[in-house]
Write a protein that binds this ligand. Structure first.
Ligand SMILES: Nc1nc2c(ncn2[C@@H]2O[C@H](COP(=O)(O)OP(=O)(O)OP(=O)(O)O)[C@@H](O)[C@H]2O)c(=O)[nH]1
Length: 303
């Protein structure tokens, strides 16, 4: 028997949570495992704010990958909500992947993470990322240190960026997935709504084009998302910054920066949706946005 969701005779389906410090490469790894971009990535830490899911397929197996926000010591309400969201993402998972950046990882940051992991019942896999850049001896020493702290089931060395070692990791994850019907249709690669994905794509451009100029203190809010009769979609979004002085940075000279951000985001969104997109952006200053319940909910976070 087969239906649309379960085209295979002997399907397997399970959940893998990917956790790690901010910037470890979690989103890059999820994208690589899925085989296409489902999560935005950036060199700026804490890019992933809400839990996002990527869905990877391999033969008869569907792996639901939960890309969690980086786990770190929280300060603001937004930070606390992100960390809670990350651990919730690991609940009921069939396996947890702890992803580590061996280059930037600071030991004292790893200890609370590993200690929290020790208490959890799920199977744990250690993945050391960025092997394309890491030096071999310290990399092996770090792997040893972490496996001394916690008996990981397996240890993998990968480059989420180049894909090196990722197939082996994927094969192992496939072997851990329980028998069961697929939870999602074959062509679905993520659970992000198009509306949320659209704001994430703008946020990625905001980070990309403003580099270090714009602090982490900014958000993109959806205002409207309207399907037009001619087959195009009209998207209106607000870029929220924390200080008045940041507004001209986002606007650029004569509005050139916001125009360029909008152009690039519109192009990418149009490619992802396979539809013509009209994107309208404007900037708003709100000093307290990181304490605003409504903004969290839009991001899929609990307050
Ligand atoms: N050289 C190298 N860079 C990588 C690799 N994997 C990820 N990166 C880079 O590391 C940075 C962070 O990657 P992300 O995937 O956004 O990291 P993340 O863990 O999802 O980050 P948060 O959203 O902050 O939690 C980006 O600049 C990536 O391009 C890798 O294997 N090698």
């Amino acid at each position: 028997m087969s239906d649309e969701k379960n085209p295979k005779s002997d399907p397997k389906c399970g959940v893998v949570a990917v956790i790690g410090a901010p910037n470890a490469g979690k989103s890059t790894l999820v994208n690589q495992l899925v085989g296409q971009k489902v999560a935005i990535t950036s060199a700026k830490a804490q890019t992933t704010r809400a839990r996002l899911m990527g869905i990877a397929l391999h033969g008869e197996t569907q792996i639901i990958l939960v890309d969690t926000p980086g786990i770190f010591a929280p300060r603001r309400k937004l930070d606390r909500a992100m960390v809670t969201s990350a651990w919730e993402g690991a609940e009921d998972a069939d396996a947890i992947v702890l992803l580590v950046d061996p280059i930037k990882q600071r030991r004292h940051e790893m200890i609370p993470l590993v200690e929290a992991l020790m208490k959890r019942p799920e199977r744990k896999i250690l993945v050391l990322n960025k092997v394309d850049k890491a030096v071999k001896e310290p990399l092996l020493a770090l792997a040893q240190e972490l496996t001394d702290m916690l008996a990981f089931e397996e240890v993998y060395f990968v480059s989420a960026l180049t894909g090196d070692g990722v197939d082996e990791l994927k094969d192992h994850l496939v072997s851990l997935m329980p028998k069961g019907v697929w939870h999602y249709p074959e062509d679905q690669v993520s659970d992000a709504s198009e509306r949320l994905l659209a704001t994430e794509i703008t946020r990625e451009q905001l980070y990309k084009q403003l580099h270090e100029e714009l602090p982490y203190d900014s958000a993109v809010r959806p205002e409207s998302y309207t399907q037009k009769k001619d087959g195009s979609v009209e998207v209106r979004q607000q870029i929220v910054v924390g200080r008045e002085s940041q507004k001209p940075i986002v606007l650029g000279k004569g509005g050139s920066m916001i125009k360029s951000i909008g152009e690039a985001a519109r192009k990418e969104l149009s490619e992802v949706l396979g539809q013509k997109v009209h994107l309208f952006l404007h900037v708003k200053v709100d000093e307290n946005w990181a304490e605003d319940k409504e903004i969290f909910e839009e991001m899929g976070l609990d307050f």
